[in-house]
Design a protein around this ligand. Structure first.
Ligand code: THU
Length: 160
């Protein structure tokens, strides 16, 4: 038996203003998307903004449904739209923000497991890491240089 030790290093910024102007702009787009989320059941709004290598920004937000599992997270709404609209473009960066309508969300909210697996697919497809920035409604911002940092032991197509 041997131990497998998995380590991840993320960058944590105290406020969005510590990040570059292009990330602040991308996060502003994510915030606007978050404000337009359709989340009448959870009252938890999530917004995502994706910067592509063709300089386009694609946004997404969570879209809920009375049949709960039919809803979709913000990250997947955005990344599937990017894949549908710009299939050849590479994804450079993703900005994510989440806000509860019931309490102040002041800690960074990472993407859920299913969204991590989804983002991983695109990172492998484009053979280039995707920078991910995530925050709550205010406060600290976490930066991951690659999706792989957030999902060790991810499931990948080479095993199929
Ligand atoms: N949600 C997202 O949009 N992204 C995540 O990574 C986690 C959760 C949404 C799904 C649902 O509409 C609400 O947040 C509460 O789970």
């Amino acid at each position: 038996m041997e131990h497998l030790k998995i380590e991840t290093t993320l960058e944590v910024y105290n406020t969005i203003s510590e990040l570059s102007q292009d990330i602040q702009n991308l996060m502003s787009e994510a915030i606007e998307a978050r404000n337009n989320a359709y989340a009448p059941y959870s009252n938890f709004n999530v917004g995502a903004a994706i910067l592509l290598d063709n300089n386009k920004v694609v946004i997404g937000n969570n879209q809920e449904n009375a049949a709960y599992p039919s809803g979709l997270c913000a990250e997947r709404t955005a990344i599937y739209y990017a894949g549908a609209k710009y299939p050849k473009a590479k994804i450079l960066k993703m900005a994510l923000t989440a806000s509860s309508q019931n309490q102040i969300t002041d800690k960074p909210i990472p993407p859920c497991g299913a969204c991590r697996q989804t983002i991983a697919e695109y990172e492998m497809k484009q053979e280039q890491p995707i920078e991910i920035y995530f925050m709550g409604a205010q406060g600290k911002v976490v930066k991951s240089n690659s999706l792989a940092n957030l999902l060790p032991l991810l499931f990948e197509s080479s095993v199929l």
